[in-house]
Ligand binder design. Structure first.
Ligand code: ADP
Ligand code: ZN
Length: 298
C-alpha cells in the first residue's frame, strides 16, 4: 500500500511516497521531491499535484511550527503563530485532506523524526526516546510511554533555559530568551558569535567546546525530565561529528553520577547517537504518521 509523507520546513518541503507493508514492518521510499517553501498558495498547489499522481491511502505531515495538535480544537492541523510570511494560521492538514480525500496524520517535524527513528531507526523497541535537531533552530521531538508527547501545546524543549558559558559574551539570538538552547547553540548563533560560517570553524576547538557545553546541558536536562532510553542528535550543526564524543563526556560530568544506568555509565556511545535513518527520519516519520492515521480512522 502507498502512503504519502511531507516533511514541511520553513525553507523546503520534502514530499515522498512509500510502499509500506500491511504490518508496518518496513517502508520503502519509492519517489520523492523537494520544493522551496514559497507562499502557501503556490507551494501547496504544487505539492497537491505531486500527490495526485499516486494512489496513496493516507498522508502524514511533520510540520514546522508552532502547530495546533489538539484534535478537539477548531484550528487542529493549522500552523499557528509563525513569523514565516503568509503561513500564519494556514490549515495545512485540512487543505491536503480536502484535496486528496485521504486520512491525514499531523504532528511537529521533530515529533515526526522521533517517530521515524522509533519505528525503523536507532530507537526501535524504545517506549521513551527524544530527537534533537540543532540546525537553523533547535527542536526536540519527544516520544513518551509509547506515544508522541503533545500536552498544553507541544514540547518546545529547544527553548529550555541554560546557564551561560563563563567565556561567552554573545547576547543570544532568540527574540524571547537570551539564554535558551536555540538562542545560544543554533547554527546561526554560532555564526553570529564567531563571525564566520559554522563549517569554516571546524578547526577552532573553543567553538565546539562551547557548543558541546550548551548541547550537553540541554541533553542532561532532557535526561532528568523525560528519562529517554535513546537520545538522537542531528541537524546541520551535528555534522561536526566531533561534537558527539564531547557531548557524551560532558553529559556524564554534568549528571555527576546521579543517574545509575549502564546506558549512561558504560554505554553512553550507544545512548547518545546520530539517527540510524540517515537524512530520512523526518520523512519516514511523516509516512508513519500517515499510516497511523489510517489505522485510527478504520
Ligand atoms: P534546518 O534547521 O533549516 O532544517 P539544517 O539542519 O541543515 O537546516 O541546519 C542549518 C544550519 O546548520 C546552518 O545554519 C549552519 O549554521 C549549520 N550547519 C550546516 N552544515 C554544517 C556543518 N557541516 N558544520 C557546522 N554547522 C553546519
Ligand atoms: Zn528561546
Amino acid at each position: 500500500m502507498l502512503i504519502g509523507g511531507i516533511e514541511a520546513g520553513g525553507t523546503k518541503m520534502v514530499c515522498a511516497v512509500a510502499e509500506i507493508q500491511k504490518d508496518g514492518a518496513c517502508a520503502k521510499i519509492i519517489d520523492r521531491i523537494s520544493l522551496p517553501t514559497r507562499q502557501p498558495g503556490e507551494t501547496l498547489t504544487e505539492m497537491i499535484d505531486y500527490f495526485k499522481k499516486w494512489e496513496i491511502k493516507a498522508l502524514g505531515i511533520g510540520c514546522f511550527g508552532p502547530v495546533d495538535l489538539n484534535r478537539n480544537s477548531e484550528t487542529y492541523g493549522h500552523i499557528t503563530k509563525t513569523p514565516k510570511p503568509g503561513w500564519e494560521n494556514c490549515n495545512i492538514a485540512g487543505i491536503f485532506k480536502d484535496a486528496l480525500r485521504v486520512p491525514v496524520g499531523f504532528d511537529t517535524d521533530v515529533n515526526g523524526a522521533v517517530l521515524g527513528e522509533v519505528t525503523w531507526g536507532a530507537a526501535q523497541g524504545c517506549d521513551n526516546a527524544i530527537y534533537i535537531t540543532v540546525g537553523t533552530g533547535v527542536g526536540v521531538g519527544v516520544y513518551s510511554n509509547g506515544a508522541l508527547l503533545h500536552g498544553l501545546v507541544h514540547p518546545e524543549a529547544g527553548h529550555m533555559l541554560l546557564q551561560k558559558h563563563p567565556n561567552d559574551t554573545y547576547q543570544g539570538r532568540c527574540p524571547f530568551h537570551p539564554n535558551c538552547v536555540e538562542s545560544l547553540a543554533s547554527g546561526p548563533a554560532i555564526e553570529e558569535r564567531w563571525g564566520k560560517k559554522a563549517m569554516e570553524l571546524a578547526d577552532c576547538p573553543e567553538v565546539w567546546e562551547m557548543e558541546a557545553y550548551y548541547i550537553a546541558q540541554a541533553v542532561t536536562n532532557y535526561i532528568v525530565t523525560y528519562s529517554p532510553q535513546k537520545i538522537i542528535l542531528w541537524g546541520g550543526v551535528m555534522h561536526q561529528e566531533q561534537l558527539f564524543d564531547m557531548i557524551r563526556t560532558k553529559v556524564k560530568e554534568m549528571l555527576h553520577g546521579y543517574i545509575h544506568h549502564e546506558m549512561v555509565e558504560e554505554k553512553i556511545e550507544q545512548y547518545i547517537v546520530a539517527p540510524a535513518l540517515g537524512e530520512n527520519p523526518g520523512i519516514l516519520g511523516a509516512i508513519r504518521l500517515g499510516a497511523l492515521e489510517l489505522e485510527i480512522q478504520k
